[in-house]
Design a protein around this ligand. Structure first.
Ligand SMILES: *Cc1c(COP(=O)(O)O)cnc(C)c1O
Length: 364
């Protein structure tokens, strides 16, 4: 039998989520962020499902190449920008936009041979301190890039990125950092006539004053939330991935029996233990501790013992009549990936991005 482990991608959920995002930001254009293989859902598959998006955002030029090879004709933005002079030729030939966040990129654009102008998203570091020009250097950078218009540079958009937009104005922090970043962006860009883009998913959901001309949602399109204690469903979003497998063994274990590597979990009574064909070699997090929820035939139960590479062990008390072959759901519409992520000390994005190549992908 083939390994029964699969990731089902719900194409209708992707479309639904794009509709939700549009309804939340009706005056903004939508750049669908599909980096990291569409957050693990499959780059081409996601781009086709989200054909209604106004543009796509990727982190690697090779992803832009894949999208063009798949016949995707929407604009594409290289979110972290280009690294070397030769990349400018690739941007031109693929008709891909680039982020410009550093003086080294301005130099490369200044020295580029004549050719098609590349649309540039000039990035302000409004307080996250990862990529972008500092506020006091932003106007000079803007001046340099405008001097290249028609030579190596086409249209210019102004952007920033938020560090904590998942803290909403009504949260304990009152969203103080986002408020500061918004203020920094408004003052650094005041008077510059150009489209603006600030909002990632969390800002789309919780910061309408940051919607501006272009929103850049990723996670929300896959139905995921990074807002503490809230899942995508709380915002009317639908999970776009179900991760599932089957039981390949059901064993009666005596009270006191220790389960799995290092025997970390001890059976408190005689009980049935299920073994499911999934482990960290498939992308299920090894960090998920005993007690992490899992569904067996639709019944909610828990992981017990350590997750191993190919297998995990499951408490079958309370799952009447569980048998070899029963379906096991690790996450999906009935078990939010955010819940599993929280148990494993991470966010849903990391889990969906970590599905490995041996998992079979199905579209439904
Ligand atoms: C990844 C990314 C996004 C999308 O973030 P989400 O939280 O998934 O919505 C937006 N903008 C930039 C620059 C990014 O790198």
């Amino acid at each position: 039998m083939a390994r029964p482990t699969s990731a089902t991608i719900h194409v209708d959920a992707l479309r639904h989520n794009l509709g939700q995002v549009r309804a939340l930001a009706p005056r903004s254009r939508v750049m669908a962020v599909v980096k990291a293989d569409g957050y693990g859902h499959g780059l081409e598959r996601v781009a086709r499902a989200l054909a209604g998006a106004d543009a796509f955002g990727v982190a690697a030029l090779s992803d832009a190449e894949r999208l063009r090879a798949a016949g995707i004709s929407q604009p594409i933005l290289l979110l972290s920008g280009f690294d070397e002079p030769g990349d400018i030729e690739r941007l031109r030939s693929l008709n891909v936009w680039t982020t410009v966040h550093h003086a080294s990129q301005l130099e490369m654009l200044e020295q580029a041979p004549p050719g098609e102008p590349v649309d540039c998203w000039l990035k302000l570091d409004s307080g996250m301190h990862r990529l972008g020009f500092a506020p006091d250097a932003f106007r000079a950078a803007h001046g340099r890039i405008m001097a290249l218009q028609g030579h190596s540079v086409g249209q210019v958009v102004l952007m920033n990125h938020f560090a904590s937009s998942d803290e909403f104005p009504d949260s304990p922090s009152h969203g103080r950092q986002t408020r500061q970043q918004l203020d920094a962006f408004r003052s650094a860009t005041a008077g510059i006539d150009a489209p603006r883009s600030l909002a990632n998913s969390a800002a789309v959901l919780g910061w309408p004053d940051a919607h501006d001309d272009w929103i850049r949602p990723g996670g929300a399109l896959y139905g995921m939330s990074v807002v503490e204690g809230r899942t995508g469903a709380d915002f009317g979003l639908r999970p776009a991935m179900t991760l599932s497998t089957r039981l390949i063994a059901v064993n009666r274990i005596r009270r006191g029996g220790r389960i799995g590597y290092a025997g970390t979990w001890e059976c408190p009574e005689d009980m049935d233990v299920g073994v499911a064909a999934i482990g960290y070699g498939d992308g299920y997090p090894r960090a998920a501790p005993a007690g992490t929820p899992v569904l067996v035939g639709g019944h909610r139960t828990q992981v017990i013992g350590r997750v191993s590479m190919d297998l995990m062990t499951i408490d079958l008390r309370g799952v009447p009549g569980a048998r070899v072959g029963d379906p096991v759901t690790l996450w999906g519409p009935d078990l939010p990936v955010e819940t599993i992520a929280q148990r494993a000390g991470t966010i849903g994005y990391e889990l969906t991005c970590s599905i490995t190549r041996r998992v079979r992908f199905i579209e439904r």
